[in-house]
Design a protein around this ligand. Structure first.
Ligand code: C5P
Length: 235
């Protein structure tokens, strides 16, 4: 069986049993499972063991830490024992907080969130971040990488610009991915999985197109196969 498509399945489930069931179905086909704030806050650290099961899939803890450096360090240390491969911190928490997370969880890849895609230019101006969204995203990306982040979350539309800013060694993680013809749900600016990879993304966050399918395992396998075909066509 072909395995390990560069996909992080967003396990945005209403309860732990559903998350664990989705995880077991998709784990043979994808590299990563993403646990977000809602599931983590409802069920606590045990959620990680429940979704990991017996698989060797990577865990992406998307907790978006944003606090003073000592608190971010303590939080990162607290979750490091869960052995997440990826842990998110807001770049706007500042370089000292990002460095603190990287030092407190040295085995996790700290992934910095630049600008939430839910924020428009008007919102950014009110927050006090001047200029276009892409400028703020590039600035925050550079700051985060300099402080020790080894990954960044950005929209498929920003991937190429952010890649130019930070170079090849940084993992770029993109949500807002929809296979051609799939429902957009509440995502506005989307790219297909093939487009996102072509633009330079390393890991695609995909939730509902997989978890909302009648057979999530088959949906994950199909997207993985389409990525491999696109890759083969390019090489
Ligand atoms: O179901 P869907 O594929 O839209 O899931 C996308 C996942 O990525 C969700 O867990 C969502 O919280 C997350 N996300 C996003 N847009 C961002 C950052 C994270 O959709 N800018």
């Amino acid at each position: 069986m072909a395995s390990c498509a560069p996909i992080a399945v967003a396990l945005d489930a209403p309860d732990l049993d559903t998350a664990a069931r989705w995880a077991a179905l998709v784990a043979p086909h994808v590299s990563t499972l993403k646990i977000g704030l809602e599931l983590y806050l409802r069920y606590g650290p045990d959620v990680v063991a429940s979704v990991r099961g017996a698989s060797s899939v990577q865990i992406f803890l998307d907790l978006k830490l944003h606090d003073i450096p000592a608190t971010v360090a303590g939080a990162a240390r607290a979750v490091a024992r869960l052995r997440p491969a990826l842990l998110t911190v807001h770049a706007a928490a500042g370089p000292t907080a990002i460095r603190a997370a990287a030092e407190a969880a040295p085995d996790a890849r700290i992934v910095a969130v630049t600008v939430l895609t839910s924020l428009g230019e008007g919102d950014l101006a009110r927050i006090g971040l001047a200029g276009p969204v892409s400028g703020a995203a590039r600035r925050l990306a550079a700051l985060a990488v300099e402080a020790g982040a080894r990954g960044l979350v950005c929209s498929p539309q920003e991937v190429a610009a952010v890649r130019a800013e930070v170079g090849e060694d940084i993992m770029l993680v993109t949500p807002g991915v929809r296979p051609a013809g799939a429902a957009l749900d509440d995502q506005a600016r989307v790219a297909t999985p093939e487009e996102a990879l072509r633009a330079g993304a390393d890991l695609l966050v995909i939730g509902r197109p997989i978890t909302g399918a009648a057979d999530p395992g088959a949906a994950a396998a199909a997207i993985g196969a389409s990525l491999r075909r696109a890759e083969a066509a390019r090489s």
